[in-house]
Design a protein around this ligand. Sequence first.
Ligand code: ADP
Ligand code: ASP
Ligand code: MG
Length: 411
Amino acid sequence: MPLIVQKYGGTSVGNIERIKNVAKKIKKAVDAGNKVVVISSAMSGETDRLLGLTRELSSRPDPREQDMVVSTGEQVAIGLVAIALKELGIDAVSLTGWQVPIITDDVHTKARIKKIDTHRIRKHLDEGKVVIVAGFQGVTEGGDITTLGRGGSDTSAVALAAALKADVCEIYTDVPGVFTADPRIVENARKIPVISYEEMMEMASLGSKVMQIRSVEFGAKYGVKIHVRSSFNDEEGTWIVEENEEMEKMIVRGISHELKESRITVVRVPDKPGVAAKLFKALGDRNIVVDMIVQNVSHKGFTDISFTVNKTDADVAEEIAKEVAQEIGAEEVERNDKIAKVSIVGLGMKTHAGTAAKMFEVLSKEGINIYAISTSEIKISVLIDEKYAELAVRSLHEAFIENMEGDIQYE
Ligand code: ADP
Ligand code: ASP
Ligand code: MG
């Protein structure tokens, strides 16, 4: 009997009508002769609401207690889905992360899954039940509830599909698949029928939140077939699979953007060995992940060093930069929270020259200034003013996706 893992996101279980709709979809899969394991997110808005409550009490809530609070959103949703299924005559049982159990490390609020004990799930499946598991949460070896980071239900689903060796992991969401750009910003964005794990990982890490990055890493590692699709219709969505030669013909598969970073600049740094090491070691020691780094050309023995960090780390990073600036005799530290990172992603970049030049040309035609650039084999990212983010995404989409169809990409 085929085994399907289905994950429903927050919007898909956003109200009672939608939960009934989800139950009908699950019933359909059961009636078609499948064993079904369901992962549910919290009802839309609920995780934010719960986080908001913790923030009313503290600007930096204790991470263990924060997990205790925010993990409850999923518990409500799985119980409701199970009740809705029973109303349709389908036997179902809901399980929290600790009831499964899904064992994680103890890094509260962004824990990583270490192992999943599948015995209880298999027992319920053998009893003919649909098993509804809470997404986003797990439990430490010591018995404390953890959460997996925002969007973490995707990772719960793919990890469970890997552990159960499921035939497919279906990610049901509020868009019909993975698009060439965020469909909420680019009207002409197109659904991508097939995308490689590697491209999806880049897009996810560069801001396309349709899949949490760790879920795609799991998928790639264990070869889980992932199908991202709409919970509102039966349309075929996007398949995330191993890369193949055909995929390299496409220079740019998608355009991602990210507004979650801040830029910090240390101004007039004496240009001598060891200065950058000092700054980035201090940041690393405080667990701050630095994304982009630029050092200007030295001028009369001085230079500027800029770097970007997640906005949530910007206060601490700025503090550290100020301390180090004083130590090394730099002039001052500037901070800009209104920046955006816009990226183009595609396997075809490995084999096609001139992509960066074309990207910069498109942006310059729109009068958009580039503050920093970073590249890998299959992506190019630029840092720009936040107010130009949508314009940049749209013009890059037009140049690399809309105007290229049937053109060089399929030469
Ligand atoms: P869920 O609650 O189902 O997990 P999310 O809100 O986490 O859903 O992810 C779906 C959202 O991701 C879409 O509503 C869309 O706005 C956004 N998104 C960003 N980039 C893309 C993309 N390239 N393709 C599809 N959706 C995208
Ligand atoms: N409910 C969690 C969140 O909002 C997890 C998820 O939806 O995937 O981040
Ligand atoms: Mg999500």
